[in-house]
Design a protein around this ligand. Structure first.
Ligand SMILES: [Zn+2]
Length: 177
């Protein structure tokens, strides 16, 4: 594991440029999630080993209050995913991609793809429990009908006049801001 924790999306992009090579990549996530995402990027890098197989993130976004990490391997069909909000929580349905390419089965690839899929889902679950602002352990806090996951400190700050500091971090190609 790296000793120095990346602090922002830009740090992560600098450390793992290949993971952020998609020119259409859009990332919008809470600053508090960078800790989780940094661990995910590092784990993905380890799983891939020397052969990166064209791995890259295609989208990172917020959905139902937690993060979604979408990825692709160059030249492979991405997984089809559907997230459904149910009374019991969010249900994720997955249809693994790349199944049509049965003639050139690459078992090493299947293993890597499913391991990265597993890591991404674990990271998504982890973002349900970290403060959006600072990344410390948090719980869901509902105020004004709007739920956010916050640590005790930021929960208190939310109720003070100054409110929460801006906590969304975006990363995308600068062409259209
Ligand atoms: Zn916090």
């Amino acid at each position: 594991m790296d000793t120095q924790q990346p602090q922002s999306l830009k740090d992560l992009q600098a450390r793992y440029p290949y993971q952020f090579s998609d020119p259409k990549l859009g990332i919008a996530m809470a600053k508090g999630w960078v800790v989780v995402f940094a661990q995910l990027c590092s784990d993905v890098d380890q799983v891939l080993g020397p052969n990166k197989r064209g791995f890259h993130w295609t989208q990172v976004k917020e959905k139902f209050g937690s993060a979604r990490f979408y990825f692709e391997f160059e030249g492979r069909e991405p997984d089809l995913r559907m997230d459904i909000q149910t009374p019991e929580g969010v249900l994720t349905q997955l249809e693994p991609g790349g199944q049509e390419a049965l003639d050139n089965r690459d078992h090493g690839f299947e293993e890597i793809n499913s391991e990265i899929r597993r890591l991404a889902l674990l990271a998504e679950q982890a973002t349900r429990r970290v403060c959006l602002v600072c990344g410390k352990q948090g719980v869901q806090d509902v105020d004004g009908g709007y739920a956010l996951v916050l640590c005790p400190e930021h929960k208190a700050q939310r109720r003070r006049p100054e409110g929460l500091p801006p906590f969304w971090d975006k990363l995308r190609d600068t062409k259209d801001g």
